[in-house]
Design a protein around this ligand. Structure first.
Ligand code: HEC
Ligand code: HEC
Length: 285
């Protein structure tokens, strides 16, 4: 072997390829060797501490008694403990009092999401975004008012807006004129023949107010905001509502709009939680 094939003065295995490539016997770097031995020690320690070696009918359980089920149970208990802290405070608290406490409100908004999904989303859509012919809860347009007490009442007692069918008292032409006027109202205008019926023969003002802004005590919709409770807000759809009314049992073609009552079906605490959740969806007043 020549200087040319081993210029490093390191022992070699004696193998030389192509007359000039020697295989040197350098030690691996120290950091690498430390890692190597440390990982062997880790393997032994791990084997002794944790469940490791399979036996014929069971397995070696390890000296610290760890199991994944035990770890899961401990994690669940920790979650329960952190929830109990809030849940204990919530019971007996009014929705308004919850709203006054930022920390509780945040907890409720997070935890009531599931409650809403299970009980309300079927009608009001995911996150209250609304379904055709069910009110949207994420906006600030309220049939029955957006104060926290109003929302609690809506959920606890249910709601059922009543508008009589007008097909028997108004002619088709009158209904068409009214629909034209209502459509115009929602766009900031008016339609004279319909306007006259609105305040006169139709008696619409009695529930929807002289300017069509609605009346929360009756759940009468605001007709001027361009938000349609019964979609789509076309003249035909509006005329249909006028002709057949809402929840008018005497008209088989009436629109049905019933919010079921939840008191008795869920705890008062859950109702308050949902009210805070709905309030915080964006439209609380
Ligand atoms: C079976 C369908 C249905 C279910 C389930 C339902 N709602 Fe309603 N909800 C309605 C209808 C329909 C109305 C409108 C009633 C009306 O037009 O008079 C309404 C109205 C409301 C209102 C009043 C909205 C306003 O503009 O004033 C609130 C608040 C409300 N619901 C919350 C909830 C919550 C919270 C839940 C779950 C606990 C829920 N609803 C479950 C159908 C439902
Ligand atoms: C006795 C009260 C009452 C009278 C009278 C009444 N309404 Fe209504 N109207 C309501 C209520 C309550 C609602 C909302 C129903 C609901 O959502 O549950 C409604 C809903 C409507 C809607 C649907 C609004 C939307 O967002 O889709 C229109 C349109 C409407 N009314 C027009 C009229 C017109 C026009 C007249 C006059 C011919 C009239 N109403 C008379 C109570 C009344």
């Amino acid at each position: 072997m020549s200087e040319k094939t081993n210029p490093y003065k390191v022992p070699t295995t004696g193998h030389v390829w192509d007359d000039n490539l020697a295989e040197l016997l350098n030690e691996p770097p120290k950091w690498w060797m430390i890692g190597f031995w440390a990982s062997i020690v880790m393997v032994v320690v791990y084997f002794v501490m944790y469940p490791s070696i399979p036996l014929v009918n069971s397995h070696f359980k390890g000296i610290i008694g760890w199991t994944s089920i035990k770890e899961l149970k401990e994690d669940m208990q920790a979650i329960e403990r952190s929830r109990a802290k809030y849940e204990n405070r919530l019971s007996g608290m009014s929705a308004a009092a919850i709203l006054a406490d930022d920390e509780l409100t945040q907890y409720v908004v997070r935890s009531a999401k599931v409650l809403f999904g299970d009980n309300c989303a079927g009608c009001h859509g995911t996150g209250g975004a609304g379904n055709p012919n069910f009110p949207v809860l994420v906006d600030d347009d309220w049939l029955y008012g957006g104060k926290i007490e109003d929302i609690v009442t809506s959920i606890a007692n249910g709601r059922r807006g009543n508008m009589p069918a007008h097909a028997g008292t108004l002619s088709e032409q009158e209904i068409a004129d009214l629909a034209k006027h209502v459509k115009a109202l929602s766009e900031g205008g008016e339609y004279a023949p319909g306007k006259e019926l609105y305040s006169g023969k139709g008696k619409c003002f009695a529930c929807h107010g002289p300017e069509g802004k609605g009346m929360t005590a009756l759940g009468a919709a605001n007709l001027t905001d361009g938000i349609w409770r019964f979609s789509p807000g076309t003249e035909e759809a509006i005329a249909y509502t006028i002709a057949h009314g809402v929840n008018d049992q005497k008209d088989p073609k009436t629109r049905n709009a019933v919010m079921p009552k939840f008191s008795g079906k869920m705890s008062e605490t859950d109702i308050n939680k949902l009210a805070v959740y709905v309030y915080k969806l964006g439209g609380g007043q």
